[in-house]
Design a protein around this ligand. Structure first.
Ligand SMILES: NC(=O)c1ccc[n+]([C@@H]2O[C@H](COP(=O)([O-])OP(=O)(O)OC[C@H]3O[C@@H](n4cnc5c(N)ncnc54)[C@H](O)[C@@H]3O)[C@@H](O)[C@H]2O)c1
Length: 328
């Protein structure tokens, strides 16, 4: 299989590229920037082949060049995005719409021009909003879409536009609502304003260090955190699925926990690592983000589509993998 991955040098993109290369696939990685050198070096040891291309997903010429390198019958993973925080919504809303929605429309048009075999459009759990109706799980059909910010609004618009254009051109497609990702390859691309609190926690993790959490995390940010390797492997499995029986499917860990669960797992794995909540007036060492409580994502549809299941839903398993990865 040859896969054109847009946004291939970003956090989730690198995890997808790694999973595809581990499966022996050929990957054309289109991004505004080449992959970080550490990733490129590690990827060279994997069985598949990566062709990184610098280009812009909003420009037809970049996409045509990438599809020409990929050859006919390639799959497309449309992932390039701008994850805007409040400040960027105020200063550059046009960029968010141009990349997230406009880029998806350009990518689908190019997929049709070049006879793409199938398309995975990366969407986000944010389309469900921060306050879904009470239910055991967040379900693709039963839970209403309620996007609250420009990022989520454009992700929902992009998933619908992507599915519509795929249908018009007769290309099998699925839109994937990915949970909140943490773990390997998270880095600041300059286009994602909401790095995960786990990124800050892992950056500080070490024996003899103490992480000071915002009190918010006593009960908030209780959401479906998915370990990045699971996210990459899930997307790779979807790209290889025999068919797409559902137009939209969730991709998550199937568990809702707060970042405290990862701190506790770190403390079990790393002797000397300590964490606590900030006291009154004390500055936490981790940003207070995601003031949300959301049930876990329903995973029935992805299980009906491909054989994937998360390997690292248990925080202890994820932390063990993260420590082994960091030691490489
Ligand atoms: N990180 C999460 O928790 C999460 C959760 C749900 C969905 N997603 C989705 O995952 C995808 C990747 O996001 P991420 O978290 O890895 O963000 P990221 O910022 O780490 O990666 C995005 C990549 O897209 C590239 N990009 C941006 N504009 C581009 C353009 N015009 N042309 C080409 N490349 C461009 C950036 O250079 C960057 O490498 C997005 O579609 C996002 O909506 C992420």
């Amino acid at each position: 299989m040859t896969v054109l991955v847009t946004g291939a040098s970003g956090f989730v993109g690198l995890n997808l590229v790694e999973a595809l290369l581990a499966r022996g696939e050929t990957v054309i990685g289109l991004d505004l920037r080449p992959p970080p050198e550490a990733a490129a070096a590690l990827f060279r040891a994997l069985p598949g082949r990566l062709v990184p291309l610098v280009g812009d997903v909003t420009e037809a010429a970049s996409l045509d060049r990438a599809f020409a390198v990929a050859g006919p019958g390639a799959a497309l993973a449309q992932m390039a995005a701008v994850t805007a925080g409040d400040a960027r919504e105020r200063t550059d809303p046009g960029l968010v719409a141009r990349v997230n929605l406009g880029g998806t429309i350009e990518a689908l048009a190019a997929a049709a021009r070049h006879g793409a075999r199938r398309v995975v459009v990366l969407s986000s759990v944010s389309v469900y909003g921060s306050n879904p109706p009470p239910a055991p799980t967040v379900d693709e059909v039963m839970t209403p879409a309620a996007p609250e910010n420009l990022y989520a609004i454009t992700k929902l618009a992009a998933e619908r536009a992507g599915l519509r254009l795929a249908a018009v051109h007769g290309i099998p497609a699925v839109a994937v609502r990915l949970g909140s990702v943490w773990g390997p390859w998270e880095h600041d691309t300059g286009l994602r304003d909401t790095l995960s609190p786990l990124h800050a926690i892992l950056a500080q993790a070490g024996p003899g260090t103490e992480v000071v959490l915002p009190p918010l995390y006593r009960d908030r940010a209780r959401i479906d955190w998915i370990y990045a390797r699971d996210a990459g492997e899930g997307l790779a499995a979807l790209l290889a699925a025999p068919a797409f029986p559902h137009p939209v499917c969730n991709l998550g860990s199937g568990r809702s926990v707060t970042p405290v669960a990862m701190c506790e797992a770190l403390a079990r794995a790393l002797p000397g690592f300590r964490w606590r909540f900030a006291g009154d007036g004390e500055e936490p060492t981790v940003p207070a983000r995601y003031p949300v409580v959301r049930p876990p994502l329903a995973l029935d549809r992805i299980r009906q589509t491909c054989s994937w299941q998360p390997r690292f839903a248990d925080p202890d398993a994820a932390i063990a993998d993260w420590l082994a990865t960091a030691a490489r």
